[in-house]
Design a protein around this ligand. Structure first.
Ligand code: C2E
Ligand code: CA
Ligand code: CA
Length: 738
């Protein structure tokens, strides 16, 4: 029973080095079996022998064979029966039948059972070796094929898995553009079942507006890097019907980014490649697109008011200009600036200020016609373009409408706020042909309105340009004025009307401009407020006043009180008080000789801080006067809250006085307020005897005005003091006298 076996020599013909075929040799004639064994030995095969059918079956059930050389006629079990066993048990070995039998029946029986070949005994050595080698080579090929088939199947499965679980839509189209494959993702993203799409033309899923662009990608024939990449298209989602679609599509369009390449197969004679379709990958970029839209919306809109911002405005204006040029029409650009917005912002705070801007934007929007663009430039500035103006009066009408719509008070959580606007208008092409020119000129016109009392509108006029140029030049040279010592303090005496004596003096600033001569503060101080020069200018003023005072003290003005005008910005600064005190101390000036003039606005802006600062001044001995009394918004409330000593009747009220025996209720009211509160009173801008007599008759005894003195330089003021040879005057000599 013990089979003789032989170890194989490597490198047998037709086999790779690692493969050593195992052969089972079955013959009941010992001589034949051993000669067969000898014949095959040394060819790299592993050989097992069996001399009975039973022995062969035992080997077959136990070992794995590649090839069986089988004698058909065996004493116990026949060769056919062994082949049946091989087939039934799926042993998988090939069989070469060897038989001395002449009968064709036996041969047919063997071949029917799947024998690889049939060798008649006696066989030639070569024939046998060749047949064995062929059988093993064929077997090797079949096995390799099977392996490849399995590998293919596996890789097909893998690709299928990858394709179906891809986050992207993957498809193939045939040469006509009809779907031949589409992955599961299409259903999840678009809502089409696979069978709804297969065979359909791609155009059924493409948004109509994108069909043109889609044609190129979906017909892509190129396969190289020039093939369509990242083409953005919109696909139509399946409209969700009530037919059991569990997915609902709230947006009917999906934006994709598509990559596609052509598919080609060799043609009949394998010499050329033939186009047979495309395959592509589509990525859902809807979310990204939406995010991009949001970002770009934010880039072109003002977040607070939701209006277009200045970038978008310029864009729209640019288009409007092109159109107007083509149609030879006019268009209008408006620059709107809110009056007194800063005051609201400072008084009520930024939150309320923002709210006001939103309400203003909403009201302005209501006045617009279709096609008009309203934008926020920033701050409290708005711009508007009115394209295709039929007539300039149209622009005027719109501007009037804007002003009217702002007229009604705004309600900011119970605060009634009144606001107005200054509107500048520039018309294309008359006032400018470029965007920048139109905007600039509308801006200049707006400033003109501001300068003339606000709350109105004006069309641009080239003469405004001159004014604005002057302003710009002034602003620039103001910076140098301080360094070059071009500022100077002038003094305007305040006179006791009964006795004609000088009891006080108001310090007024002048700018000795190198080319324009003496410039009055109304022309340059507003600029100083805007560009931060107010602080250094005020610092300079305090120093200059102290130095000047020392000069006139020795000339009979020892007890003349000095009134100085205090800029709100200066008062706002935390170090104001220390600066003031330091300067007085350094120059040895008694605080009781100083009075600061503030306007009512100062009190509204930052009341708590203002009260603190003024109280500290009061404790020091400095008194406080309310300048331009009666012209501000706030009424009398602050008179209680602030340490006020003096009120100055504004010159606009004094100017009204033409009749000595007339009745001027505002003046009378102010006089009685001062009397009631025990405050000093100074009338400003007194120019005529009539005014002086009326004021005096009604109880205002201290006067300031051209009737007595104009503001004058220090030298002249000293002369005036000397000429009068004034005796000393007590601090409160010019207090209100009943
Ligand atoms: P204000 O404090 O109301 O000053 C009174 C203005 O009326 C002065 O104008 C003065 O020259 C003018 N005036 C005086 N008497 C008469 C008159 O009889 N008739 C007419 N028509 N006008 C008269 P000015 O000097 O141009 O000053 C204008 C404003 O500039 C002042 O108004 C004040 O608010 C501000 N200002 C002047 N000097 C200073 C300063 O040194 N510092 C600060 N912060 N502001 C100043
Ligand atoms: Ca004043
Ligand atoms: Ca005044």
């Amino acid at each position: 029973m013990n089979p003789f076996s032989a170890s194989a020599t490597p490198g047998a013909a037709g086999q790779d080095a690692a493969f050593q075929p195992t052969l089972l040799l079955v013959d009941d004639e010992p001589r034949l079996l051993s000669s067969l064994y000898e014949l095959l030995r040394g060819h790299g095969y592993q050989l097992v022998t069996a001399s009975t059918g039973a022995e062969a079956l035992a080997h077959l059930s136990r070992l794995r064979f590649d090839l069986v050389l089988l004698d058909l006629r065996l004493p116990d079990i026949g060769g056919h029966a062994i082949m049946d066993f091989i087939n039934e048990k799926g042993v998988g070995a090939d069989v070469i039948v060897m038989s001395g039998e002449v009968g064709i029946e036996a041969a047919i029986g063997a071949l029917k059972r799947g024998a690889y070949d049939y060798l008649r005994k006696p066989y030639s050595r070569e024939e046998l070796l060749k047949t064995v080698a062929n059988a093993l080579r064929q077997r090797g090929l079949e096995q390799a094929n099977r392996r490849i088939a399995i590998q293919l199947e596996n890789s097909e499965k893998m690709y299928r898995y990858l394709v179906d679980s891809s986050p992207d839509i993957i498809y193939t189209l045939n040469h006509e553009g009809r779907f031949t494959f589409i992955n599961d993702r299409a259903y999840q993203l678009l809502g089409y079942r696979r069978d709804e799409l297969l065979g359909q033309h791609y155009s059924v899923v493409v948004h109509e507006e994108d069909l043109e662009r889609a044609r190129y990608v979906f017909n892509e024939r190129r396969v190289d890097e020039r093939a369509a990449r990242n083409v953005e298209l919109r696909l139509k989602c399946h409209s969700a019907t009530g037919t059991g679609h569990e997915r609902t599509f709230n947006n009917t369009l999906m934006t994709i980014s598509l990559n596609a390449i052509g598919m080609h197969v060799p043609d009949q004679d394998v010499r050329k490649l033939e186009f047979f379709g495309t395959y592509g990958v589509a990525r859902d970029i809807t979310d990204r697109k939406r995010a991009e839209e949001v970002i770009s919306y934010q880039a072109y809109h003002d977040i607070l008011t939701d209006l277009p911002n200045r970038i978008l405005f310029k864009d729209r204006l640019g288009l409007a200009v092109i159109q107007a040029k083509r149609k030879q029409a006019e268009l209008a650009v408006m620059f709107i600036d809110l009056d007194r917005f800063k005051l609201v912002n400072d008084t009520l705070g930024h939150v309320k200020g923002d709210e006001l801007l939103q309400q203003v934007a909403a009201r302005l929007k209501e006045c617009l016609r279709r096609g008009d663009t309203l934008a926020r430039q920033g701050g409290d500035e708005f711009t508007i373009v009115l394209p295709e103006l039929r007539h300039r009066d149209d622009a005027r009408d719109v501007a009037d409408k804007f002003l009217a719509c702002l007229h009604e008070p705004f309600d900011l959580d119970g605060h009634q706020v009144h606001i107005s606007a200054s509107i500048g208008i520039a018309v294309y092409p008359g006032h400018g042909e470029s965007i920048d020119e139109l905007l600039r000129h509308a801006d200049i016109a707006m400033y003109q309105v501001k300068g003339q009392g606000k709350n109105g509108h004006a069309f641009y006029d080239p003469s405004m340009q001159e004014v604005s140029h002057q302003k710009i030049a002034l602003e620039q040279s103001l910076r140098r004025a301080l360094e070059h010592g071009e500022l100077e303090m002038y003094y305007q005496p305040q006179v006791d009307a009964a006795e004609g004596r000088i009891v006080g003096v108001e310090a007024l600033m002048r700018w000795n401009h190198p080319t324009r001569g003496v410039v009055s503060p109304g022309e340059f101080l507003p600029f100083a407020e805007e560009n931060g020069l107010m602080i250094p200018i005020s610092d300079w003023m305090i120093g200059a006043l102290c130095r000047d005072m020392l000069q006139w003290k020795g000339c009979g003005g020892g007890n003349v009180r000095l009134s100085l005008n205090l800029s709100p910005q200066y008062l706002d600064r935390g170090d104001f008080f220390e600066k003031m005190r330091g300067a007085l101390l350094r120059h040895g000036i008694a605080p009781s000789q100083i009075e600061v003039e503030i306007t009512e606005n100062v009190c509204i802006r930052n009341p708590q801080h203002a009260i603190e600062q003024l109280n500290r001044l009061g404790q020091l001995g400095v008194s406080v006067a309310i300048d331009d009394f009666g012209t501000g918004y706030s009424s009398l409330a602050y008179l209680h809250r602030f340490p006020v000593h003096t009120i100055k009747i504004d010159q606009s009220f004094v100017k009204e006085i033409h009749d000595e025996h007339g009745h001027y209720p505002v003046i009378l009211a102010i006089i009685s307020i001062a009397r009631g509160l025990g405050l000093n009173l100074v009338a400003e801008g007194v120019e005529t005897e009539v005014q002086a007599r009326y004021l005096r008759a009604n109880g205002c005894l201290t006067m300031q005005g051209y009737l007595y003195h104009r503001p004058m330089p220090l030298g002249r003021f000293v002369d005036v003091l000397r000429a009068q040879g004034l005796p000393a005057i007590a601090g409160h000599a010019f207090a209100f006298q009943a």
